[in-house]
Every structure is written in C-alpha cells, then in structure tokens.
Design a protein around this ligand. Structure first.
Ligand code: ZN
Length: 478
C-alpha cells in the first residue's frame, strides 16, 4: 500500500480496503481519522461547524456504504429460491448474477441467484424482491423514497440539485422524474386498495370513548385548476378541427376532520390536530370515492353526525346529497357575504361608505340572527324598486341566497363550536397550488395524479405505508 493516499490512511479509500476486513476494523480506522479531522478543525481559524459537518459526513460515507453492501449481500444470500410473485419454487437456478444500484451512501454491488418460474414463465431474482429493489430502476428503497418526496414538494429540476447537494446522491433530472412517477403510480394502486378496504369494512365494535364523547365529522370540498400539456404540439390540429385545446383542468380537493380535533394554539391560531386530505385530477367521481373513503378512515362511520361546508358550486351539493346524504350542509359564510355585497354594489354603485353602512348590520344579522331575516329584507328592497337592469342583478343574488337559505344556519353552527366557513379546504388548495402552479410547470394528467397522490400520502400521515422502512416515522411531522 502506498503511504501517499490520505483516504487510505483514513481507512475509507475504496481502492485500498480489503474485502475480508471486518466492519469493526474499518470503523476503528474511521474513528482515528475522525479524531484527526477534529484536531485539524480546531486549528483552522477560517472554518465553522459546517466545515466539520461536511468533513465527518464525507469520511464516514464509505463505511456506511460498505455496511449497507454487506447487509444487502447477506440478505440476498438468504432469499429462498421461490418466485416472489406466485411463491412457486424456481428452477434452473444460476448463481452470482451481479447487480449494482445506488443507495443513500453510494453505489453497492451484490451477487444474487436467478431462477425460472414455470408458472409466471419469467426469470426471477428473489433477492431483489426481498431487498425492495424495483425490477428496472437501479435505486434502493431509501433513494426511491427521496425521489418521490422531493418531486412531490418541488419542481424536478430543483429536486435533482437539492438531493445531490444535501445527500450526495446523484440522480439526473429525467431519472428523478421517472422514478417519482413510478412511485406515484405505486401510490395510486395502494390508494385504490386502501379506499376499497375503508368503504367495505363494516364499522368495527364501537370503541367506548366514541360512545362517551360523540363527535361531528366536518367535510369540506373545493376545486382549483392546474395547467397540463397533454395536448402539446396538437394546438393547430385541434383548432383546425374546431376545438380549442384545453390546458387548464380542475383539481378536486377535499378535507375532513372530527370537530373535537379542532382547537387553538396558545397564540390563538386555529389548528386541526388530525385531518384527512384528498386531491384528484380525475374528476368529481374520483373525489366522491376518495373523500368518502377518507372520511370513513377518519371515523365517519362512528360519528354522531356530519356537516358539509363549501362554497356555492352546484357539483359540491350534488356530491354531498349523493355520498353523504345524512350530512347537514352549510354554505361558506364568507361566500354568502360576497353575495350580500354584490346586492349592495348593485344598489349603491361605487359609493363605498354607503355600501359599508348598509352591509355591516346585514352581515351581523346573517351571522348572529337568521338568514331568513336577511333575505326577507332583501326581498322588500327588491319589491320597492322599479323594474330594470339593476333590479335584475339584485334579484339574481336574492334568488341565490334563497336557494341556499337552509345552508346558512351560522348562528346555530357557531353556538355548537362548528366552523361556519370552508377555510380549512381553502388553505389546503392554496398550499397545493403553490406547488402545482409554478411558472413553467406543465404535466400530463397521469403525472399530475401520481404526484398529487404522493402528496396526499405524505399529508395524511400514510407515507410509511408506501415506504415501510419508515416504520418509526413520526407522522405528526408531515
Ligand atoms: Zn411466479
């Protein structure tokens, strides 16, 4: 061995380590090397803690990589010669098939057996399934997870650079994109199964605490739009055929929570300790199914009652009638106020002071007294006015409020400590839009759905179901 290699001295040079050397010996050498780094750091006046953090990480990397490789090889050696898909014994077993893949600590290479499954008519590598390696991608489960999480939080171009900067794992943009979508597809499949289970399962034996403290389930829905490029390059052809290419599409979003999980922080900020999220690009039917399953998982089956709160969109109330027929319905308070304000603008035009003076008592009545009282005052105004354009505007708004009068029980709602607005789902939409509506962000429907699905697994605290190696993961950190 040459005495000129620093890394060799540190016991971390991959070219100079003996395969037979135990991890313990290498760890001891690393420990010496770390001590030296600490001494160097102490005399380096231009270095702060960041320097030693990076140095220690760099020096330890190879030991961690070797430990991972050793573990992977031993686990691979223990894989029974059975088909991981159908469990049939494999035939024509061959040994020593090498595979190199990226782990959190760098590339590792293992040798494993390959056998033929007569039932599946396919060659199989039982070790790959045991280790959680995907058939075609060269990444360990932890790296697969990193790609999925980063891509669901930021544009892929940034995700690739952030991953390398923070962890040293190199994954080019197109690969990261592909890997994240693969994980998103896996998430969709898992969601489908979980939703099926949630809706099939008859309510289990009711837990005593639920009997003692009946709770209400709050359900909120909204929609926002997203830009996609499914029809890119086809604009001319579509226009010639008399169609306008559609680039903006609706993302249907819902949230649900138990009323008794809503509270306030010490600073008085409202919080909801546990709540479910749903977001889908696949239409109202998909939302209906997913939101119902989510509500069931969050305890709809045992709830004393349910309440749907939303803005006035007709699809929402149809969905609520259909899927949550027992639930009470409430029009978002702020939304109702906007319609009142529209009446005010029709009456007073640009005179803001007059408008405010007229609106304030009505808003108070709507909140603290009854919607019927407010509506009858509006109808009186309408009767007193001559027919004309302004009256038509007023009439439209009054009709709107009349249509929703049974959904405006704000006083009773507030007395029972229920929300009177759909702020929870609106903030959910805002957060999702920050991620999915960045400039230059165009995807396909399928890609969007995959990423939205990853995002909802994370937010719902179910990330560990998708990546079971996170079994000790604290879901409240999501
Ligand atoms: Zn098989």
């Amino acid at each position: 061995m040459s005495a000129t290699c620093d890394m060799e001295e540190a016991g971390v040079c991959p070219n100079h380590t003996e395969p037979s050397e135990s991890l313990a010996v290498r760890a001891a050498r690393l420990s010496d090397a770390l001590e030296r780094s600490v001494r160097d750091f102490l005399v380096a006046s231009d270095q702060n803690l960041g320097d030693i953090e990076l140095a220690v990480e760099r020096q330890s990397q190879d030991l961690l990589r070797l430990a991972t490789e050793k573990a992977a090889q031993k686990k691979a050696d223990s894989a029974p010669p059975r088909c991981p898909v159908c469990q049939q014994p494999l035939s024509r077993i061959g040994h020593g098939h090498e595979r190199t893949f990226q782990t959190r600590f760098g590339a590792v290479t293992i040798r494993r057996d390959r056998g033929y499954c007569k039932r599946c008519k396919k060659w199989r590598f039982p070790a790959d399934a045991l280790l959680g390696l995907e058939e075609t991608a060269g990444y360990s489960p932890r790296v697969q997870e990193m790609a999925a999480l980063l891509a669901s939080k930021m544009p892929v171009s940034e995700a690739s650079a952030v991953m390398e900067h923070l962890t040293g794992v190199k994954m080019p943009r197109p690969t990261l994109d592909r890997e994240a979508r693969r994980q998103g597809e896996r998430a969709r499949e898992l969601r489908r199964k979980l939703d099926e289970q949630a809706c099939q399962k008859a309510p289990a034996v009711v837990q005593p605490e639920m009997v003692l403290e009946p709770y209400q389930m709050i359900i909120q829905m909204d929609a926002w739009n997203i830009r996609e490029r499914d029809q890119w390059g086809q604009t001319r052809r579509l226009r010639q055929a008399g169609q306008e290419p559609e680039r903006w599409h609706w993302v249907y979003t819902g949230t649900c929570f138990r009323l008794d999980h809503r509270g306030k922080t010490e600073a008085g900020r409202p919080i909801i300790s546990q709540r479910g999220f749903v977001a889908t690009r696949e239409g109202i039917d998909a939302l209906r199914q997913q939101l119902h399953a989510e509500a069931m998982r969050r305890g709809l089956g045992q709830a004393a009652g349910a309440l749907v709160i939303a803005d006035g969109a007709a699809w929402i109330w149809r969905l609520a009638d259909d899927r949550f027929p027992e639930a009470r319905q409430r029009l978002d308070f702020y939304h109702a106020v906007q319609h009142l304000a529209a009446v005010g603008r029709a009456l007073f035009g640009e005179n803001k002071d007059q408008l405010k003076g007229w609106l304030r008592p009505l808003v108070q009545q709507l909140k603290n007294q009854s919607a019927l009282k407010v509506i009858s005052q509006l109808e009186e105004i309408l009767r007193a006015r001559p027919a004309g354009a302004t009256s038509e505007g007023v009439e439209k708004e009054v009709n709107y409020l009349r249509e929703h009068q049974d959904r405006m029980d704000y006083r009773a709602g507030a007395r029972q400590g229920e929300p009177i607005g759909s702020g929870a789902v609106e903030s959910t939409c805002r957060q999702a839009q920050c991620r999915f509506k960045r400039p230059g962000q165009y995807w396909s429907q399928r890609g969007d759905e995959a990423l939205l699905c990853l995002e909802t697994f994370w937010r719902n605290g179910r990330w560990n179901l998708l990546f079971p190696h996170n079994r000790h993961f604290d879901v409240s950190k999501n």
